[in-house]
Design a protein around this ligand. Structure first.
Ligand code: ARG
Length: 255
């Protein structure tokens, strides 16, 4: 008697276990969506940064979510150094990058870009009492830029005209820390991002009149089929007003 109860309960357990396994499997195929892996560099508010709880938020994040929704994907986000994003795409470790990345010709040799979704410019940020007001005033100063950005490249070109020291740093937020603690006199960065810091930290700054950066776009590994889908999604989000809604939410004060 006892044996048969034991036997029955073993059978019962096995049936229950296999049913659980079954439903999990079904969930993975029918319930769960395909995953789209996006990389970013969350040091670039209001495009991407971490909130107090450590969650990655920003314009690019909301835009990527809207694109993923549109295409029926679940979005997974990886945070990396900006400098490593192109390499991650080339190694196909991620499907796409949204990181306020400007679609430069140079980068187009190694990755593909969507249509541009935002335009910005460049700015020099200084402390409020700084005497640096023009590009010529950079002479003899130390200027911080983020490693691997178009600002680093632009600053190198400027060095051909004006003699200043360049300090490339791998995290964009460090630029401001360096400025606030007088280790550099100038930080050179994206205008939308700079405007935020100027307001938030009571800093000063001036536009770079020489800058002509291309628009920000989604980047993909070369030859990725995702590009066309994302372009279609971007077009739809532009037409239905969602893109503008996100710009109003995140970029309104920065323009
Ligand atoms: N727009 C500039 C570039 O493409 C800077 C982007 C920096 N982005 C970031 N998430 N830190 O080079």
């Amino acid at each position: 008697m006892k044996k048969s109860i034991l036997f029955l309960s073993i059978i019962f357990t096995l049936v229950v276990l296999s049913a659980c396994g079954q439903s999990n499997k079904d969930g993975a195929t029918s319930g769960d969506k395909k995953v789209l892996t996006m990389a970013t560099s969350a040091d670039f508010a209001p495009f991407e940064s971490r909130d107090k709880a450590g969650k990655i938020i920003g314009f690019d994040i909301d835009l990527a979510k809207a694109i993923a929704d549109e295409l029926g994907y679940k979005l997974e986000i990886k945070d990396m150094k900006f400098d490593g994003l192109i390499g991650a795409l080339q190694a196909k470790r991620v499907d796409m990058v949204l990181a306020g990345m400007s679609a430069t010709e140079k980068r187009q040799k190694n990755v593909d870009f969507s249509t541009a979704y935002n335009h910005s410019g460049e700015m020099f940020i200084t402390k409020k009492d700084s005497t640096v007001k023009t590009i010529d005033d950079l002479k003899g100063k130390t200027v911080a830029v983020q490693l691997g950005t178009i600002q680093e490249e632009g600053a190198k070109k400027l060095q051909e005209k004006v003699d200043f020291t360049l300090k490339p740093l791998d995290n964009s937020t460090t630029l401001i820390q360096e400025l606030l603690s007088d280790r550099v006199q100038v930080a050179y960065l994206d205008k939308s991002v700079a405007t935020g810091y100027i307001k938030e930290q009571g800093l000063a700054g001036f536009d770079d009149p020489t800058s002509s950066s291309p628009g920000m776009a989604v980047a993909f590994p070369k030859g990725s089929e995702l590009k066309e889908d994302v372009n279609k999604a971007l077009k739809k989000l532009e037409e239905n007003g969602k893109l503008q809604e996100l710009k109003d939410k995140w970029l309104k004060d920065q323009q």
